[in-house]
Write a protein that binds this ligand. Sequence first.
Ligand SMILES: [Zn+2]
Length: 87
Amino acid sequence: MPNFKDGSVFHQLPTDSNFDTIHAPGQITPFSGIYKCQSCGFECASVKGHTLPPERGCANHHSQWKASSGVVSWRLVAAAIHVTANA
Ligand SMILES: [Zn+2]
């Protein structure tokens, strides 16, 4: 999970299904925030409208990452708030 110092800056949304959706590598990022690889736990930041990291295998995340195999799929774990309607 993402590291943080002050938990009071996070707003938990337990029923928001946007955090349940699984995204394919290279797909357009639906919400700016932190995404987690469902295979190995690697996390990345991605901006709405840009593409999620395109690598299809966990070994391509980073040379120093713990996982060396697996098929990549991304899930939103922390979303940046850009509009007050989502707050
Ligand atoms: Zn991975």
